[in-house]
Design a protein around this ligand. Structure first.
Ligand code: GCU
Length: 600
């Protein structure tokens, strides 16, 4: 090849590499296989070496190459050696004082050993990385992922080496204008490898995904499917429920897809009786074990039915934060702390705000008999007219549904919170997303939450084009806190654009600093418990005026970190709308809610 041609080729190659490094041109990760814990895992959790990169220069230095000096005059101005270690899983902000407020890059490094065998495939699986992740194996970029709250994976069968391998992850929790969420949100932006990292070894052909749930509207018809990966030949498939002595046989087609449909006399899952079955799915080359509950959630007219009986959602909002530690929650212990507190309050539902929480929350909620409201971080100001945003929303939707579709506790997919009808492309983009959600999973309720309802002359007027496509009318309202009452709570009037749909008050409440009981109790600026308690008394009084009320969910269970809350006497960087302080101290309003739920 001539010198000119070589140069041109090099330039093209160089441009290609540059193109890949541009933000937004991420090599997409694969949608993760389901039920990781049932698979052949090698955990990569534990201590990882890190390089802190607050000036974002590590990319230019290409730290993933881990260059070494080549001559006596050579030197390299970065190294993982000599640096700090961080625990994975876990947000990086809470692990080092110098990272407390970082919204930027930390480079993580883990060395692992692997003994490859010809008939195995190997995957690298992340529970989540907030917010952007670039993944390098042995100095080569294997891919990227955007989104801080859903799992992703890469197949590394052909990239992993015999013996020692070096994995480097660039975790970047910078806020993106066209991110999900965007740049403004009322929670702490915990960054890093926030959930587990695993190597997953499978056979050449394995069970990648499956759905086993009751058919919509049925109490005894199980409907579902199994999807094999790596197979274009038919395989015999068995689904077993040992407790029922049930073995259902089917066969996959030449795309690896097998259908499931059978009648069965199942004990149904409910908050009072959270019955779960051991379910075994066998192909000719793989076996997966899951624990699955069966229930039917549906809307009938203005009512919500669980297993054909009307249900009232006694909810509470929860952020993914261990209140006592002030860290991103991720473990089973964190989940049990939050969920047991919701049970003690008297809840039968938890709204996991405002993004998909870790799998421990979903699985432990199901065992405790707590229904789950699962939500995408399509929160307030989103750049719906950015060309990348619709695809990002669809990818995040798929990642959330893929992971949780077999969790019967999940009864609601919530696709947005407090977006604004006036934002360009918002309504059409969210209608599109709602339709895609129904195709992916028609068995659950689908919601959008708004707070743009009008409240004038002590009357609400609730309307939004998204409600035509939503199963429930969900609104956040803070009358008595952000908006003073305009009359008696018992005199409030309501007008709904869709008067026949069930209504869910998905947020209400007020702030109080636990123990703040001095000074006038009728002034909000004292952050007193009495003031918060009165807001709750008035709100519960108002709820009696709402037609078709199917549920409520106070904002929120625990005080939590949010740096925009800057009143340094009362808030100190915390949103104080918790019914409990971050130390778990019950405020007076907690007892009002507890009494209400006990009587409901
Ligand atoms: C909003 C929003 C929450 C926020 C809350 C508040 O409704 O959905 O994320 O924290 O109000 O202002 O405390």
């Amino acid at each position: 090849m001539s010198k000119i041609a070589k140069n041109t080729a090099f330039k093209k190659a160089g441009l290609w590499v540059l193109f890949l490094l541009l933000p937004g041109n991420y090599i997409q990760a694969q949608t993760a296989m389901v039920n990781v814990e049932s698979r052949h895992l090698s955990s990569l959790n534990g201590e990882w070496q890190v390089i802190l990169d607050p000036t974002r220069i590590g990319e230019w230095k290409q730290v993933w190459l881990e260059k070494k000096p080549k001559s006596k005059t050579d030197f390299v101005e970065y190294s993982f050696d000599g640096g700090p270690m961080l625990k994975v899983p876990g947000d990086f902000n809470s692990q080092l004082p110098e990272l407390t407020y970082l919204e930027g890059i930390v480079w993580y490094k883990k060395v692992f050993h692997y003994k490859s065998t010809t008939e195995k495939r190997l995957f690298l699986h992340f529970g989540s990385v907030n917010y952007l992740a670039d993944i390098y194996l042995n100095g080569e970029k294997i891919g990227s992922h955007e989104g801080g709250f859903t799992p992703f994976q890469f197949e590394i069968t052909d990239k992993v080496k015999e013996g020692q391998n070096t994995l480097i992850v660039k975790a970047d929790n910078q806020r993106l204008q066209n991110g999900l969420p965007g740049t403004g949100y009322d929670w702490f932006n915990f960054g890093g490898i926030t959930r587990e990292v695993n190597l997953i070894e499978t056979g050449k052909i394995f069970i990648e995904d499956y759905s086993v749930q009751l058919k919509k509207g049925s109490l005894n018809k199980v409907l579902g499917w199994v999807q094999l990966n790596g197979s274009n030949v038919k395989q015999k498939i068995k689904l077993k429920i040992p407790e029922l002595n049930k073995t259902y046989k089917t066969e996959s087609d030449n795309k690896g897809h097998a259908s499931i449909a059978f009648d069965s006399n199942l004990k149904l899952w409910s908050p009072e009786n959270p019955k779960l079955y051991k379910v075994i799915i066998e192909s000719e080359t793989d076996t997966i074990v899951d624990t699955i509950g069966f229930r039917c959630i549906e809307v009938q007219g203005s009512k919500v039915l669980l297993n054909k009986k009307e249900i009232f959602f006694k909810g509470v909002n929860i952020h993914e934060e261990n209140p006592n530690k002030g860290t991103r929650a991720y473990s089973k212990e964190d989940a049990l702390l939050l969920l047991n507190s919701a049970k003690e309050l008297g809840c039968n539902l938890v709204r996991l705000a405002h993004y998909p929480h870790n799998e421990n929350m979903i699985k432990e909620a199901e065992k405790l008999g707590l229904m789950v409201w699962n939500e995408l971080p399509i929160y307030q100001h989103i750049q719906f007219s950015d060309s990348l945003v619709p695809k990002k929303m669809e990818t995040m939707l798929k990642e959330m549904i893929h992971r949780d579709r077999n969790r019967c506790g999940v009864v609601i997919w919530s696709l947005s919170n407090e977006t604004y009808p006036g934002t360009a492309n918002r309504t059409s983009a969210l209608i599109e997303l709602t339709k895609k959600c129904r195709v992916l999973d028609s068995t659950r309720l689908i919601n959008h939450v708004i707070n743009t309802q009008s409240y004038t002359n002590n009357a609400f007027n609730v309307s939004d084009p998204l409600y035509e496509y939503s199963d429930l009318i969900c609104i956040n309202e803070y009358i008595g806190w952000y908006i003073p009452w305009q009359g008696k709570p018992s005199d409030v009037k309501w007008k709904f654009a869709y008067p026949d749909k069930p209504v869910f008050i998905s947020e209400f409440g007020a702030e109080a600093l636990y123990g703040s009981n001095e000074g006038p109790t009728d002034e909000a600026s004292g952050w007193t418990e009495e003031y918060q308690k009165q807001v709750y008394i008035d709100q519960l009084e108002m709820f009696k005026t709402i037609p078709n009320l199917c549920g409520i969910s106070p904002w929120l269970l625990f005080d939590y970190k949010s740096l925009g809350r800057m009143n340094q006497v009362y808030q100190k960087g915390y949103n104080r709308k918790g019914l409990l302080s971050e130390k778990g101290e019950k405020k007076k309003a907690w007892y009002i809610m507890n009494e209400y739920y006990k009587k409901r």
